[in-house]
Design a protein around this ligand. Structure first.
Ligand code: PLP
Length: 320
C-alpha cells in the first residue's frame, strides 16, 4: 500500500509550519501551542473542525478567503449538533482568521483549519453535553490544482458511508473521518487513488473528503444532501457556477451503476477543489482525460476564488 496522502493532497509538508497559531483569542507561537497528553483520546471524539482556503488574488495584491462565513457557520452547526459550547461568536472567529493570515505574512495560497475540542483533561468516555471548548485555528500553505489537468482514479468502497441515523455526515467531526480513512486505506491497498462510498441505502454518497458529481448527456448529477454527505460548500458553489455556465444540474439519489455510464465524473471539495476522476472501478471514464464540464467548472471556480469571476460576497479580503 502506498503511504496515505493527506486529505489536502497538495498541502505543504508538515515540517513547513507557520509562525503563529490562533488559540482561544490569542496568537500563539507554534512551539507554545501545546496541550497535556491527557487532553487527547476521548476528547478527540467530540472535536469538530472546518477547512477553508485563502487564495492569492489574480491582481497579486491580496488574499481572498473563500466563503469564510459559510465555513464558520458550518463549524457552529457541527458544534450545535455535538452540543459543544464555543466561547467565541462568528464575528470573533472571522477576525481571528484575518489576524492569523496577516501575522503569518501569507502572500500565497493558504489553507485554514479552525477547530474546537473539549477543554481540559477528559477521562470520561463520553464528553458531557455543553462542555467548554478550546478553539484553535491552524494554517499552512498549499498548491492549488485548479490550473492543472490532473485526473485521479476511484473505486467504490466496500465500507458504507456513515448515516444520519448513527453518526451524521453533515457534522464535520474528526471522528467521522475514521469511516473515510477505512475506505481510503482499502482503495490504496487495491491500487486506486480515492474511494467513493455508498450510503446505507447502497446509493452513491461521497468520497472521504469531497462530494462527487457525474455528467451524463450534458447534465450534472450529484447525490442529494440527504444521501449521507457533508453539506459541502464547494458542492453548493459548483451548482451555482454550473447554473451560470448554462449546464443543467440535478440533485437526486444516484445508483452505483450510473458511475459506470458517466461521460465525466469529478470530486468537489475545499481541499480537492474540482478534481476529475478518469477511471472508476477499472472502467475508463469518458475518453480517460478530464472532461469539458469539469474543466470549464474548474476554470470558472479558479476565476471566482482569485477575484476575477464575480461573487464578491463569497470573498473576504486580506490586504498584504
Ligand atoms: C466528507 C467530506 N465531504 C465533502 C467535503 C467537501 O466540503 P467542502 O466543499 O465544504 O469543503 C469535505 C471537505 O471538507 C469532506 O470532508
Amino acid at each position: 500500500m502506498t503511504a496515505l496522502e493527506p486529505m489536502n493532497a497538495l498541502a505543504a509538508p508538515a515540517t513547513d509550519h507557520p509562525q503563529w497559531i490562533w488559540r482561544n483569542g490569542e496568537l500563539t507561537g507554534w512551539r507554545d501551542a501545546t496541550i497535556h497528553v491527557n487532553a487527547v483520546g476521548h476528547a478527540s471524539v467530540a472535536a469538530v473542525f472546518e477547512g477553508a482556503k485563502a487564495y492569492r488574488a489574480a491582481d497579486g495584491e491580496r488574499l481572498l478567503v473563500f466563503r469564510l462565513d459559510e465555513h464558520l457557520r458550518r463549524l457552529y452547526q457541527s458544534a450545535r449538533i455535538c452540543r459543544l459550547n464555543l466561547p467565541f461568536d462568528v464575528d470573533r472567529l472571522r477576525t481571528a482568521v484575518l489576524e492569523l493570515l496577516r501575522a503569518n505574512e501569507y502572500t500565497e495560497d493558504a489553507y485554514l483549519r479552525p477547530w474546537a475540542f473539549p477543554r481540559g483533561l477528559i477521562r470520561e468516555q463520553m464528553v458531557p453535553a455543553g462542555a467548554d471548548c478550546e478553539v484553535v485555528i491552524d494554517s499552512w500553505r498549499f498548491r492549488s490544482g485548479l490550473s492543472g489537468t490532473r485526473g485521479v482514479t476511484a473505486a467504490v468502497s466496500s465500507w458504507l458511508r456513515i448515516s444520519d441515523a448513527s453518526t451524521p455526515p453533515r457534522v464535520k467531526a474528526f471522528s467521522n473521518y475514521h469511516n473515510g480513512r477505512l475506505a481510503l486505506m482499502e482503495a490504496r491497498e487495491n491500487g486506486h487513488d480515492w474511494p467513493i462510498m455508498l450510503n446505507a441505502r447502497h446509493q452513491v454518497s461521497e468520497g472521504p473528503g469531497a462530494c462527487v458529481a457525474l455528467v451524463r448527456d450534458g447534465q450534472v448529477i450529484t447525490p442529494s444532501i440527504s444521501s449521507g454527505v457533508l453539506e459541502s460548500i464547494t458542492r453548493d458553489t459548483a451548482l451555482t457556477l454550473l447554473g451560470e455556465l448554462g449546464v443543467p444540474v440535478a440533485e437526486r439519489e444516484v445508483d452505483r451503476s450510473e458511475l459506470y455510464l458517466a461521460d465525466e465524473l469529478f470530486f468537489m471539495g475545499t481541499a480537492w477543489e474540482i478534481l476529475p476522476v478518469t477511471k472508476v472501478d477499472g472502467l475508463i471514464v469518458g475518453d480517460g482525460s478530464p472532461g469539458p464540464v469539469a474543466t470549464a467548472l474548474a476554470a470558472r471556480y479558479q476565476e471566482v476564488v482569485r477575484g476575477t469571476g464575480g461573487h464578491p460576497d463569497w470573498l473576504t479580503e486580506v490586504a498584504f
